[in-house]
Every structure is written in C-alpha cells, then in structure tokens.
Design a protein. Structure first.
Length: 319
C-alpha cells in the first residue's frame, strides 16, 4: 500500500483519538460519534485504492429532486444538499478521484449501486432494513418529516383541521399510509385525492381542489420552491411520521462504509453539515433564487448530535 495513504489515515485516527482523550481529561462531553468505527484499512479495499489513485467515482443523481439533487442550466450542472454532501465526502476520502455523474431513477437505483455501475446514490432515499440487504447506508444526514402544504391564507395549521376537507397525496408513498393511520387514530374523516407525483398533487392544491397536500417536508419545500407563487404556500402541521435519509453505496466493502462515515462525522463536528443545511433550506437556491425557509427539524438536530445509521424500522418518533 502507498505509505502516504497509510500514514494519512493513521494521522487522522490519532487526531480523533487525541481529541477524545483530551475531552475525557477535561471532563467535557465525549466527542460526537466517538462510538462509530471509522478506522479505515485502505489496503483491504481495492476500490478505495483505485479512487485515491485518481480513478473515477460515479455519483448517482436525480434531475428534479429539489433541493436534494437536481440539475440546473444548459450544461446540466447537478446541485443540491445531498449533491454537496456526496461531493465533499468523495473529496475527503479520495482527493484525486475523478467525479462522474449518472442519472438514476427510483426503480434502478438499488440494482445499479449493487452491481457497481454507480458508486454512490446522492438522492433522497429512506434507510430501511429491506434496502440494507442490497446497499449500505451512510450516517443519517436528513430526516424527512411528513407534514402538509397549504395555501398561506388557508388558516390551516393542524392535521386535525382537515375534518371534512379534501386532501391530496401521492399513490404508493409511505406518507399515504402514515396519513391514513393518523386519521384512524384521531377519528378524522376527509376525502383523499390521489396523484401520480408531487407536481400533480400540487396542481390540485393550486386549483383549490384540495385544501392540503401531504408528503415529506423536503419534497413539499421543493415543489413549492418551483411553483409560480412560492410565497402563496407554506408547510404546516404536526410531524405525523419521519424517515431517516442517507447516501448509499456498495455493501460489499466495509472500508468504504468506515471512510464515508468518518468524512460525514468530520462535517458534523466542524459545523459544516449545519452550514450545508442552511445553504439549501434557509437561503435562496438556484435556479429561481427562492428560499425554501424550512428550518432544521428537531429530529435531524438530534441525529446530528448523536449520529447513527438507524433504519426506519427502529426509528422512534418523539411523542
């Protein structure tokens, strides 16, 4: 193995260990994520060696998943919260790597990551046990919270105000299941109008055919930001469901998992992750310069304070 690579990882490990020891001696809180294994053995990973020698790293992307991963401009520049995250992770673990991009769909993401056609999936995807059988997930970097979009002048602030109203939702999403369970648990009766995607559901909201549109908050923020009148809508309501979201990569190389988690941990500890969140959710974003104005949720704050890769099935929604 290249000695410089070996010693760079060793130096990083010693810095982390030294910081943890210093924290203990000072009687302060332990270093964030000190329980997570990030000790990488590059010699055990031909893939990491190839990347660090300047090989290609293929990032799986989406074209319209605002603000997580989407394309802007005539030159097809891919941008977004998870795009920034993916690129910074690659630069941290393999500075000489050549980044390439491949557009993925929900249907082909798992197979293409699994067979190595794409190295990472940078789009928004929930970490669950079934998917863990096919790919590996990094530490949770977003928590999608199921809420609702309404017209800004509607006066609706709670799901309990949906009694007797029309509600929009997307066929086949977990948000629909969560909404139906919430309605049953709270004795709510409303008519649900189903659509094929977020754009169709939002069109129903714009036309006044539904009073609310229920979905993950980041997707709601994205479709509002792309609308003709972003200020005319807002995201409201209790969090009735939540799902951990993370980038994915091959599950066949545990060294990649350690390297990725180590890079993400460093971003969390340095405050860079919070800055990335603010950049894409609390500031004007391209191409229209719209501010999604979606403050970081309490669940994501807790995830970043105690990082983990807990799957959906073990994810606990605060009462």
């Amino acid at each position: 193995m290249n000695k410089s690579l070996k010693w760079s990882w060793l130096a990083a490990a010693l810095v982390c260990a030294g910081s943890a020891m210093a924290a203990d001696k000072a009687g302060s809180a332990p270093l964030i994520g000190s329980n997570i294994d990030t000790a990488v053995d590059v010699s055990a990973s031909p893939t990491l060696q190839r990347w660090q020698a300047g090989g290609n790293v293929v990032l799986g992307v989406r074209e319209a998943a605002v603000p997580m991963s989407y394309v802007i401009g005539a030159n097809d520049k891919f941008v977004g919260y998870h795009m920034d995250l993916c690129e910074r992770v690659v630069h941290a673990i393999a500075p000489k790597a050549q980044i390439k991009y491949m557009v993925l769909t929900p249907q082909n993401t798992m197979p293409l990551i699994g067979n190595g056609t794409a190295d990472f999936n940078c789009a928004s995807m929930t970490n669950n046990l079934n998917r863990q059988k096919q790919v590996a997930f990094g530490l949770t970097t977003y928590v999608s919270e199921v809420r609702m979009a309404v017209r800004a002048d509607s006066g609706i602030t709670s799901f309990k105000q949906l009694q007797g109203r029309n509600v929009g939702a997307i066929t086949g999403t977990t948000a629909v299941q969560i909404l139906r369970k919430y309605a049953a648990d709270n004795d709510l009766n409303f008519k649900t109008l189903m659509s094929k995607d977020q754009f169709e559901s939002f069109t129903l909201l714009e036309a006044g055919r539904v009073d609310a549109f229920v979905l993950d908050d980041n997707m709601l923020a994205g479709v509002i930001g792309q609308s003709k009148n972003p200020k005319g809508y807002k995201i409201v309501g209790e969090v009735i469901g939540a799902e951990p979201v993370a980038i994915q990569f091959s599950r066949n190389d545990p060294q990649i998992k350690k390297a990725v988690d180590g890079a993400i941990l460093q971003m969390i500890r340095s405050g860079e992750m919070h800055k990335l969140y603010n950049k894409w959710f609390m500031q004007p974003i391209p191409p229209k310069g719209v501010n999604l104005n979606l403050p970081m949720g309490e669940m994501l704050k807790k995830q970043l304070a105690a990082p983990n890769d807990t799957p959906l099935e073990q994810f606990v929604l605060p009462q």
